[in-house]
Write a protein that binds this ligand. Structure first.
Ligand code: FES
Length: 155
């Protein structure tokens, strides 16, 4: 009888132990899923969605009513400031991807590859380009200009 009770205790302990392990594994898998979801939620700047770059104080970049070309991560961007907001144009030609040159005096953005041209708002004014320049999202936070760099290959 005593031996039978010990066997039952042993079996009971074994079941409890297995159940405890299964619960622990289930909790670990669940926790990993939750952590992954939280990570994705907190990482809106993951490469698939692009990322934000802090360019520093807006006043140090460009004065109100002015334009300036800045180079960020190998990309030239025309920043046009109005008050405390800024518009950013990707200076990559929408015809075949050549780099563009800003000619403020002529109020044009020129492409030397095939002679295309855009106005200073990024609208095409001379073929072959037909699509406007890509506008990059900007935000001014506490006086600093943040620029959203889209993921490679995104429009
Ligand atoms: S790449 Fe600019 S006009 Fe062709």
């Amino acid at each position: 009888m005593g031996s039978h009770n010990k066997d039952m205790e042993h079996t009971k302990l074994g079941r409890t132990s297995r159940r405890t392990w299964l619960v622990a594994i289930g909790m670990a898998v669940g926790a990993a899923s939750v952590l992954r979801a939280v990570h994705l939620y907190l990482q809106p700047t993951a490469p698939a969605h692009g990322h934000s770059v802090d360019l520093g104080p807006l006043d140090a970049i460009v004065q109100d009513g002015q334009r300036k070309v800045v180079s960020i991560e190998g990309m030239n961007v025309l920043i046009a400031r109005t008050g405390l907001s800024a518009v950013a144009l990707d200076l990559t030609c929408t015809h075949a991807g050549c780099p563009l040159h800003v000619r403020e005096d002529a109020k044009r953005i020129l492409c030397s590859c095939h002679g295309g041209a855009f106005d200073l708002d990024g609208q095409p004014v001379k073929a072959p380009p037909t699509k406007p320049l890509r506008v990059l999202q900007t935000q001014v936070i506490h006086g600093s200009l943040f620029l959203r760099i889209p993921a490679r290959g995104s429009a």
